[in-house]
Design a protein around this ligand. Structure first.
Ligand code: 9MJ
Length: 794
């Protein structure tokens, strides 16, 4: 045997011994050897690895001290989204949750007892740790990746950091684990660890952390894993994500399996039966909260049976089978010293409470957002008042209430400034446009805006900070302070100015030197080719977040189409309502924005992935949708459908609407709707608008000839579906659109010709009829699954 082979064997022995000791010490809390013995083994391993660097592996305990620092975190896509939990605050919320669970399970649940009591559901209970959700991926038992939750779909790759956590096994113990096992849990800091860390921070002249949660977050999101390694972080497992292979059939069973493979789980885990026992658990943990070694902000209940969990499924971003029952938030009294006004990216002027500093649940609070002037009015707040401040978990402190008995004689009212505190432009109250039955009404909004737009330095700075931010153009090295400086010295007065910055201008600025100036220019240069979605997001259009930006880019495919889209056309996109459509349209209609956009393109910004209108979008229209989008008063979706059935084109509809005789024999519409149709198209402006919308749809590449577009070949072609009851994940309108995109016709009544009925809660006679006729009926979960399957085939 060669020396290297002998070394490899010894290294393997040492690693397994050290990991065993680690597990006993950090997971089981039962150390089996003195620290000195552990240190000796550790140093022996280090020496061998130094001698044979080719034998170093990421799974070695020596790597727990942290490897090389990173320049940035990579991105990780979660195969199975990392969801958050719904909250229960009052006991009643918990009882309602349990009722929804039992109703959702319906007949799956065994019958109750002979005395008429309903069957009870088993729940797995755990304390709710107040830390950061993390995913750990094990392949064939080896830890290969650690990631943060991020937005639930994409997180950050923090593999090097999680390896430094002493109670995270680098290799699973025992056998029988699935070949791919993603475990999920919370990274947190114990109260003692937090105190010790803060003592060290203070001794080193560094800023102490506000609370264990912040300390854990700050420690885990370090580019240098050595820093993470020096922090007292712990992991606790509470579930699984992606799994290839079999696991136990209950939540508690899975957690016991994970524990058997060396993963730490909660020591307070308990299996209970029924909501009553959940509340007992909540009270018990609540009473012992201050004696626990770590901070918690409530308890978590999960339906124990995994089959039931699957049946219950998800609602939006939360599982229907789990809930966090939160402890009451902490509240304190303090004095409102003043109200100041901040100007945000979109010009919103927001009141901020300046408070006499007060400790609330371990954090000093001296500011609290007041949201808007309606909130100030609702609270009846005056400067000088004594107020109740509440802080719950990681939530921004809130002013909950004024203590009127303590109002001093000198209390002053809070007044919104007439002029922007930053640029002096007028401050105006926003107006809300409300559409009901096709009529627009205006009402005063809660938000006040500085009208200065980008001539207001506050808005300009925020707009640029947003433009260069990580999820937008991602210009590295352009932090808030630098943006502020660039604006203050007048080098940048629009996002387009970033692309004409020169070395001589930068190098003389505070905090810049040769290398940093060059680096910034290089970073700006490499941001010139963003994806369309990032670019749209970067523009900072009010109400257009990342998701809407992605949707616009995916559906319309090109900047030019997005720029020109009429509000009616924008509302074709799922989730884009009239208000968002209006924001997008008016953003691009504004002269200044047009100029900046033209400059950006002139100055070398090149969008990467422009293309055609998305096929799904191009094919998703019918004449009925067009009529519906025109928002003719008293003509709702079904009315639009009847009209589309009768008329084959917009021109035919316009002609029909003016033909009194034809309309009066058109029995399918009531008198009010007929009158409204006639009035609508009697207006030349409305006719013009309708024609413009149609023309734009065609110019964009949408196609429809007859009200029934060619659907042959689509998976549901020739089928008639009926939707009844309420759906939770989407509106009925959206469900209908999706079905139509797959070729189905969606009808309003059930007959022997119906192929399938989708029935949500509250379904009545249609469901009865479907049952009577023996038609297939899907509940929402089954419907969503079917849609997904069919869309995947498409
Ligand atoms: C915490 N924070 O202790 C979950 N959690 O489950 C527990 N969080 C969770 N479970 C699904 N015990 C999403 C989050």
């Amino acid at each position: 045997m060669t020396d290297a082979q002998t070394a490899a064997i010894r290294i393997r022995q040492l690693r397994s011994q050290l990991e065993e000791h680690n597990h006993r010490y950090y997971v089981l809390d039962e150390p089996s050897v003195p620290d000195a013995e552990y240190d000796r083994l550790f140093r022996e391993l280090q020496a061998l690895e130094a001698e044979y660097p080719q034998l170093i592996s990421a799974q070695s305990p020596t790597q727990r001290v942290g490897g090389a620092a990173l320049a940035a975190f990579g991105e990780v896509r979660h195969e199975v989204p990392m969801l958050s939990l719904g909250n229960a605050f009052a006991e009643e919320d918990l009882l309602n949750f349990d009722r929804r669970v039992r109703e959702g399970l319906g007949e799956l649940l065994p019958a109750g007892d002979l005395f008429g009591a309903g069957a009870e559901v088993e729940y797995c209970c755990e304390p709710k740790l107040d830390g950061l959700a993390v995913s750990l991926l094990y392949r064939d038992g080896l830890l290969v990746r650690g990631a943060t939750r991020g937005d639930g779909t994409t997180g950050e790759d923090i593999s090097s950091n999680v390896r430094t956590l002493r109670n995270v096994p680098l290799q699973l113990q025992g056998s029988g684990y699935p070949p791919v096992l993603e475990v999920r849990g919370e990274v947190f800091m114990s109260k003692a660890g937090f105190e010790a860390l803060n003592a060290r921070q203070l001794a080193a002249g560094a800023k102490p952390f506000a609370n264990p949660r912040n300390a854990a977050a700050g420690s885990l999101r370090q580019l240098d894993p050595k820093i993470t390694a020096s922090r007292p972080l712990q992991f606790c497992c509470y579930g699984v994500g992606q799994v290839e292979g079999e696991l136990a059939a209950t939540q508690v069973g899975v957690l016991q399996q994970l524990k058997g493979w060396g993963l730490p789980i909660s020591g307070e885990l308990k299996l209970v039966r029924g909501a009553g026992q959940c509340l007992d658990y909540y009270r018990d943990i609540g009473a012992r909260r201050s004696t626990l070694a770590y901070e918690i902000d409530g308890v978590v209940f999960k339906v124990n049976d995994i089959g039931y969990q699957r049946e219950l499924g998800f609602r939006a971003r939360e599982p229907r089978w789990a809930i966090a029952h939160k402890f009451p938030a902490s509240e304190e009294l303090t004095e409102l010293l003043d109200v100041e006004f901040q100007v945000g990216r979109t010009g919103a002027v927001t009141p901020v409470a300046r408070l006499k500093p007060v400790q609330v649940a371990g954090v000093t609070v001296s500011n609290a957002t007041l949201h808007n002037m309606d909130e100030v009015a609702r609270l009846g707040l005056m400067i000088g008042d004594t107020v109740i401040i509440r802080r719950a978990g990681d939530v921004i402190p809130q002013v909950v209430q004024v203590v009127l008995e303590r109002r001093p004689a000198a209390a002053r009212p809070v007044q919104i400034p007439e002029h922007c505190p930053v640029c002096g432009s007028a401050v105006e109250r926003t107006q809300l446009v409300k559409r009901s039955k096709g009529k627009e009404t205006l009402s005063a909004g809660a938000v006040y805006r500085c009208v200065g737009r980008l001539s207001c330095q506050a808005q300009l700075k925020q707009a640029i900070i947003h433009f260069v931010s990580r999820r937008a153009l991602d210009i590295e090295g352009l932090g808030d302070k630098i943006v502020e400086q660039l604006v203050d010295v007048g080098l940048v007065s629009s996002p387009a100015d970033l692309f004409i910055l020169r070395y001589e201008q930068l190098v003389v600025l505070e905090g810049f030197a040769d290398l940093s100036a060059r680096n910034l220019l290089a970073a700006i240069d490499s941001s010139r080719t963003p994806t369309l979605a990032r670019f749209i997001y970067a523009l900072g259009i009010p109400d257009v977040g990342e998701e809407t930006a992605k949707l616009l880019a995916r559906a319309l495919g090109a900047m030019e189409r997005i720029r020109q889209a009429l509000p009616e056309v924008l509302t074709w996109l799922p989730d884009v309502g009239a208000e968002v459509a209006h924001e997008i349209h008016s953003f691009f209609a504004e002269e200044h924005n047009q100029k900046v956009l033209a400059q950006l393109l002139e100055r070398g910004v090149e969008l990467q992935d422009e293309g055609d209108l998305h096929a799904e979008f191009a094919a998703c229209t019918t004449l009925a949708t067009l009529i519906d989008k025109l928002q003719i008063p008293f003509i709702a979706v079904t009315g639009a459908e009847k009209l589309a059935d009768k008329t084959a084109s917009l021109e035919a509809l316009i002609a029909l609407s003016q033909d009194w005789l034809a309309l009066s024999v058109f029995k399918n519409l009531n008198e009010k709707a007929r009158q409204s149709l006639r009035d609508f198209f009697a207006s030349p402006a409305n006719c013009l608008r309708a024609r413009q919308v149609e023309e734009q749809l065609r110019a964009f590449g949408m196609h429809w000839e007859s009200p029934r577009r060619a659907v042959a070949g689509l998976p549901l072609a020739g089928q008639t579906w009926v939707l009844t009851g309420t759906l939770e994940a989407m509106s009925r309108d959206q469900a209908k659109q999706q079905l139509e995109a797959l070729g189905a016709k969606v009808a309003g009544s059930v007959s022997a010709k119906t192929h399938c009925v989708v029935a949500g809660p509250g379904a009545g006679s249609k469901l009865d009829k479907a049952t009577e006729l023996g038609l297939p009926v899907l509940d929402e979960t089954a419907f969503l699954q079917r849609l997904q399957l069919l869309q995947a085939k498409e």
